[in-house]
Design a protein around this ligand. Structure first.
Ligand code: PMP
Length: 396
């Protein structure tokens, strides 16, 4: 039987390089299966698990009976908590009516695009991009249109580059702090984007799932900029801020009418998020910013370590790494593509990193390093990586 074109076309050829850039990742996984001791710096997942008190609360709430259907928009306590958090962080008046809880940020990205794009509408996104972006846009029946950012700008998008491709578009998806580049968008960048959205009448979908992981500068939510609250949908999540990736708890914050529409979508798709998970999210957020800082601390530490290791050498360049749990490293001095470098590093030293080409074409000649292993091993892996790059440079 034939499957729909809609579902068959979710995966497109969006990435650069000879393969789709994920070959090295699957090779590394296979090596692990075969018993090889691989240092995996690939996936954006904490090396700690969800904190025991959060799980104990989840367990108690489930045993206490919160296992039936939960309110589809999210339980009142969680919507209130998210609204208060967003208002405190951005200054934008926000109530529960501006919040819908979703099964993770990923479902929020899909819901946001579905809410604003009709089938065939053009949805803009920026390269390099988080792997699911173009497929999510297609899953929502919109048409992805990619816009390059530039390594020489440390991947801060230029509003003029976006404007050059924005005609006829409906939405623009941005992500700061950024996966995969570690870039935190400056106020100037965001003001430019906001102006463009107002001029071109675009919806802005702002993926802020890394908003607690900022090492330099400050996280600014574009929803707080002039006249942007009415055209911005913010995607948030417990995954990165509270090390709750497996709990699948995220949200969309936006104008009431859009939130009502997404609640309607949720009624007909996910039917909400389990109540005991939402209880655990309320509990986790009640631990306050000190807890969020604790979750972010290992990445902050490793980023400082990386700066030390990468200083005083020029075989590997560090994109400033202002936020999120990744480093984007420029390996163009070796003469290799990111993909060739990643494959060679895996073969020679059993260190697995993601080629920049797996995130589009703008980060070709780069690699992404996830700072998700224990400090000593992380530092040793970076030192090996630098020595390896220097060796390649001398032979090419
Ligand atoms: N956006 C970005 C940029 C991400 O890196 C991720 C997860 N890696 C997500 C959204 C989705 O996260 P989740 O669904 O776990 O909330």
């Amino acid at each position: 039987m034939k499957l729909s074109n809609r579902i068959n076309q979710i995966l497109g050829g969006d990435t650069g390089g000879g393969s789709d850039g994920w070959e090295v990742f699957y090779r590394a996984r296979q090596m692990v299966k075969d018993g090889v001791d691989v240092t995996e710096l690939t996936i954006g997942e904490h090396d700690i698990r969800t904190a025991a008190p959060i799980l104990q609360h989840m367990h108690a709430q489930a045993l206490g009976g919160h296992t039936g259907y939960a309110m589809v928009p999210g339980i009142a306590a969680l919507r209130d908590t998210i609204a208060a958090r967003v208002q405190a962080r951005t200054g934008v008046p926000t109530t529960a009516a501006n919040v819908v809880v979703t099964p993770g940020g990923q479902a929020a990205l899909f819901a946001a695009h579905t809410a604003v794009c009709d089938p065939g509408d053009v949805a803009l996104y920026l390269d390099p991009f988080y792997a699911t972006y173009p497929g999510t846009i297609r899953a929502a029946s919109a048409v992805p249109r990619v816009i390059q950012t530039r390594a020489e700008d440390a991947f801060q998008p230029r509003a003029t580059d976006i404007a050059a491709h924005a005609d006829g578009a409906t939405s623009l998806l941005i992500n700061s702090p950024n996966n995969p580049t570690g870039t935190v968008y400056s106020r100037e960048t965001l003001e430019g984007i906001a102006q463009l959205c107002r001029d071109k009448d675009l919806w802005l979908i702002s993926d802020e799932v890394y908003d607690t992981q900022v090492w330099e500068g400050a996280h600014i939510s574009p929803r707080a900029l002039d006249q942007m609250a009415e055209r911005t949908l913010v995607v948030g999540s417990m995954s990165k801020s509270h090390a709750m990736t497996g709990s699948r708890c995220g949200w969309v914050v936006g104008p009431e009418a859009a939130i009502d529409a997404i609640i309607n979508l949720a009624t007909h798709t996910t039917y909400g998020v389990p109540g005991f998970i939402q209880d655990a999210a309320v509990f986790a957020m009640a631990q306050g910013t000190a807890f969020e800082d604790e979750i972010a601390a290992p990445f902050r530490r490793r980023r400082a370590l990386a700066k030390e290791v990468l200083a005083n050498q020029d075989s590997v360049g560090l994109i400033p790494a202002q936020g999120a749990m990744y480093l984007m490293l420029d390996v163009r001095a070796t003469g290799l593509s990111g993909e060739a470098f990643a494959n060679a590093l895996l073969d020679a030293h059993h260190i697995a990193v993601m080629p920049g080409e797996s995130f589009g074409t703008a980060a070709a000649g780069h690699i992404r390093v996830a700072m998700t292993i224990e400090d000593t091993r992380f530092e040793a892996a970076l030192r090996t990586l630098c020595t390896f790059a220097r060796g390649l440079e001398n032979t090419t």
